[in-house]
Design a protein around this ligand. Structure first.
Ligand SMILES: Cc1ncc(COP(=O)(O)O)c(C=O)c1O
Length: 445
C-alpha cells in the first residue's frame, strides 16, 4: 500500500511545539524493561505505581499486583501507557476468530472479509525479490529507501497522477500503515484534531489516538457515494484541526474522490494554514510523498523506528514500478477481474429488497447498506440489531464471513471483499440471499 502526502495542496505548517509526552513514555519504558532484572538481582525491590503524568488527560490505570520473584514477593505495577489504553481493539476480530474456529472444525465457511488481493504476486516482482536475496541485497538500505526506488516512485507519480516530486520528497516504509502513522506523529501535537471522513479504514482513528490527538469522525452518506464535500469539511473545522485524512480509493467503500471535489476541498484547506491533508493509494510497499520539510520529519521518525524498509521488498517494488503504466498488462488483467466481480455484486445485491449500494470505483470492497434487515428477530439467535449481529447471523446461517460496518464507523453497512473468484462470490451471494429470505420470509427476493 502507499500513502502520499498532500503536496498538491502545498500547505505549510509549524513544527515548533514540542511533544510533551515524549519524556513520560521513555520513563515508563525503562520501568517495565528493568522490572524482570530486579526480580532476580534485587528480590526485595518493590515497583510502585508511577505518578499520573500531567500531560495526559485520561486517567492512568495503575494496578499493583503481588508477583513471585524468587524467595520473596514483590509488587509489580501492571499499568499500561494511557496512550495504549486509549486505543480500541478492533471489533471485527471477534467475528474473524469465530470464522477461524468454524473453518478449523471443518465447516465450509467462505471468507469475504479479507483486505488483500487474492492474486499472487506477479512473477516479475517475485523474481526480483528472489534475485535480491541471491545477489546479496540483504543489508540496510538508506533510511528513506533506495534512490532507484524513490526515483521510480517519482516517475510513477508524474506519469500516472500528474504530480511532481523529487526523490528527496519520498520516504519508503514497511507499508502504508507505517507511512500514515509517521505522518501523524510528524505533524500533530497532543490535543490536535484529526478529521476523518467515515466510513473509514479501522486504523485511522486509533493512529490518531496513539499520537495523543482527537479523531473527529465525519459521517458521509451512501447517497453521496460516501464522499465528504467541502461544506461538510468547513463545518467541521476548528482552531484545533490539524490533519484531514482523505483516502481514495476508500476502504471500506471503494469510493474515489473525483478531481473537482478534491479541488473544492483543496480550496478550503488553502484557507486554513494549520490544516494538512493526505491522500492514499494502494500499493504493498508503503511510501509517502510530500513537501521536503515534512518528509524529512517522517524520515527522522522512521530512522529511530525501523530504519529503511526491507531491501528485498524494495527491489521487488522497483520491479513492480517497471511493469509499465499502471502496472501494465498484468495489473490490467487483475483490474478487469475486479470489475467483473464488482459488477456481479452490484447487480445481484441490487435486486434484493431494501438494500442500498454505492458502486465502488476503486479498491476491492463493496460497502452495502443492509439496515433494512435490522430489527428482525430470529428464533434461537435473538434480534438483529446492527451490522455486527447481522454479520454473526450470516456467519451462522450462510457460513459467509463479512466485516460489520460498525468497525469502519457506519453501522448501517457491511463490507464485502471481492478479492475472491467469481465462482466463490456466486456461491457466497446465493447463501447470503437465502439467509436474508429466511430473515424476511415475506420479502419478494
Ligand atoms: C485504506 C488503507 N490504508 C492503509 C492500509 C494498510 O496498508 P499496508 O498494509 O501497506 O500497511 C490499508 C490496508 O488494508 C488500507 O486499506
Amino acid at each position: 500500500m502507499a500513502a502520499s502526502a498532500g503536496a498538491p495542496f502545498g500547505i505549510g505548517f509549524s513544527q515548533s511545539r514540542a511533544h510533551p509526552t515524549q519524556l513520560s513514555l521513555g520513563f515508563s519504558h525503562s520501568i517495565s524493561s528493568s522490572a524482570s532484572k530486579f526480580v532476580s538481582l534485587h528480590s526485595d525491590f518493590s515497583l510502585r505505581a508511577v505518578d499520573n503524568t500531567k500531560e495526559f488527560q485520561s486517567p492512568r490505570l495503575t494496578p499493583v499486583v503481588k508477583a513471585q520473584g524468587g524467595p520473596r514477593q514483590m509488587d509489580v505495577d501492571l499499568a499500561l501507557s494511557p496512550r495504549v489504553n486509549a486505543v480500541k481493539t478492533s471489533n471485527t476480530l471477534a467475528i474473524i476468530d469465530q470464522a477461524t474456529a468454524l473453518l478449523k472444525a471443518g465447516v465450509p465457511v467462505i471468507s469475504l472479509a479479507i483486505g488483500e488481493p487474492d492474486f499472487d504476486t506477479p512473477s516479475a516482482i517475485a523474481d526480483a525479490g528472489i534475485k535480491a536475496i541471491s545477489e546479496g541485497y540483504t543489508r540496510y538500505t538508506p533510511n528513506a529507501g533506495t534512490l532507484e526506488l524513490r526515483t521510480a516512485i517519482c516517475q510513477k507519480l508524474k506519469e500516472e497522477n500528474g504530480i511532481s516530486y523529487t526523490p528527496d520528497q519520498i520516504v519508503v516504509s514497511n507499508g502504508a500503515k507505517q507511512s500514515i502513522l509517521q505522518a501523524i506523529l510528524a505533524v500533530c501535537s497532543p490535543g490536535d484534531e484529526v478529521i476523518i471522513p467515515a466510513p473509514c479504514w479501522v486504523s485511522y482513528p486509533e493512529m490518531a489516538r496513539l499520537a495523543d490527538t482527537t479523531p473527529i469522525i465525519v459521517p458521509t452518506c451512501i447517497s453521496e457515494n460516501f464522499l465528504m464535500n467541502h461544506k461538510l469539511l468547513e463545518a467541521t473545522l476548528t482552531e484545533k484541526s490539524r490533519l484531514l485524512i482523505l483516502c481514495s480509493p476508500s476502504n471500506p467503500s471503494g469510493s474515489v474522490y473525483p478531481k473537482k471535489l478534491l479541488e473544492e476541498i483543496a480550496a478550503i484547506i488553502a484557507k486554513h494554514p494549520r490544516l494538512l491533508a493526505f491522500a492514499m493509494t494502494g500499493w504493498r510497499l508503503g511510501y509517502i510523498a510530500g513537501p521536503k520539510h515534512f518528509v524529512s520529519a517522517c524520515a527522522k521518525i522512521q530512522s529511530q523506528l525501523t530504519s529503511g524498509a526491507s531491501s528485498i521488498a524494495q527491489e521487488a517494488a522497483f520491479a513492480a514500478l517497471s511493469m509499465g503504466y499502471a502496472g501494465g498488462e498484468t495489473v490490467a488483467t487483475m483490474v478487469n477481474a475486479y470489475k467483473e466481480r464488482r459488477d456481479f455484486l452490484v447487480e445481484s445485491f441490487g435486486e434484493l429488497e431494501g438494500v442500498k449500494i454505492s458502486e465502488p470505483q476503486g479498491a476491492f470492497h463493496i460497502f452495502i447498506d443492509f439496515s433494512h434487515y435490522y430489527g428482525a428477530e430470529v428464533k434461537g439467535f435473538g434480534v438483529i440489531d446492527g451490522s455486527e449481529s447481522l454479520c454473526r447471523y450470516l456467519l451462522d446461517l450462510a457460513q459467509v464471513v463479512l466485516v460489520p460496518g460498525i468497525a469502519f464507523g457506519d453501522n448501517t453497512c457491511i463490507r464485502i471483499s471481492y478479492a475472491a473468484s467469481l465462482a466463490t462470490l456466486r456461491e457466497a451471494f446465493g447463501r447470503i440471499k437465502k439467509a436474508l429470505v429466511a430473515l424476511r420470509p415475506a420479502a419478494p427476493l
